[in-house]
Design a protein around this ligand. Sequence first.
Ligand SMILES: Cc1ncc(COP(=O)(O)O)c(C=O)c1O
Length: 447
Amino acid sequence: MSAVLHRNLKKTLPTAVEGSAGYIVDDSGRKYLDACGGAAVSTLGHSNGRVIAAIKDQLDKISYAHTGTFTNEPSERLAAELVARAPRGFGDGRAMFLGSGSEAMEAALKLARQYHVENGQPERSRIIARDMAYHGNTLAALSVGGHRQRREPYTPLLLDVGRVPACYEYRLRKDGESQEEFGLRSANALEAEILRLGADTVAAFVVEPVSGATLGTVPPVPGYFSRIREICDRYGVLLIADEVMCGSGRTGTFFYLEQEGISPDIITIAKGLGAGFQPIAATLASEKVVNVMLAGSGTLWNGHTYMSHAVACAGALAVLRELDERDLLANVTRQGAKLGAKLRERFGQHANVGDIRGVGLFWSIELVADRDTKAPFSTSAGLAGRIKSSAQELGLLLYPAAGCVDGEQGDHVLIAPTFDVSDSELDFIVDRLDAALRSCLPQALAA
Ligand SMILES: Cc1ncc(COP(=O)(O)O)c(C=O)c1O
């Protein structure tokens, strides 16, 4: 019996004993192609020599010195590199480093609050977020998240957050509505919510630019984000982009919002930043935010013991070197287009695949009991969980999840392979996913 408080207290998990490129080997010797990087984390696979060497090297120099007293070289270099890569408006911005995406989101929300207080608008405290978003599991991050099941037991502890619909084209675009009209309608819901709450009470709008775990890699429609930016500017609301999952190169650019040509005020990144070699996340504050802090208290009101950890930052710097020197983001775009094409070719006409969506190496298929009505499978079928187990039996690690329709109903399968995934590995992913569907769908249809 394990003494670890696992996610499932009754299940015995295989032990991962070895990582090699895009593969994980367990204690029974079974080898799995990791096509989801856990939760879109392992962008460089599980055995990157350069990152491991950088981490060991930093351990030999110094690992921990309190950030109230000292800075360290890796965090200084990493912050400078990230603000230089960020969209315009971050050049003289700053970055803080934390241990998880949830912590980065807490820091982002607190930073937004600090900005308004220091800017002479302490009445701005309300946050608006989208339905079906996931922003993490700490209490404020869970409050802004819109995943009904995950929130449910904690409801009495959560903040009261304003809510707008996600930009979820497959289910929310109306018949006869163009993508642009849908984008405008979705974005305008933010304006309505700001006005409902009282424009001078709203601090920030929080959004995953490409929805990740809850909806399954839903990119925005054209025009959505430029309208969102306009609305935020008009009402003095900060735009917080949660790129914890979709950032760090996963979509082919380091920050997804580069592709939309707009700049948020605060950005969070995590998963691919450390690529799984060390836990690390970042919250980036734009010049606009930093300038108010500089003109005000000149301090950051939110600190943590392990922030800007030298070893984690050294690992992340080596991850950036790998991305640059191996031109991996070009590979993300190239192999991502192939993955999308292969998924469409294989499942485009599949009776139970309602939607195939994604960008870069960040793709999902959404499963439906009926393609015409888009009816989801019965929750009692537990389809997402079955597909995960079945694919694992077949040597493939995927990230299926339930709840994309309304927090409970709806099943999708998320695919997020390593940035250097090969053509034959893409074929393996599509073949084994197909086999997993063939083994699970009959039972789900009968449920
Ligand atoms: C978009 C997004 N934000 C925040 C988080 C929380 O990150 P963590 O699990 O590292 O706390 C996640 C995790 O999946 C995420 O996908």
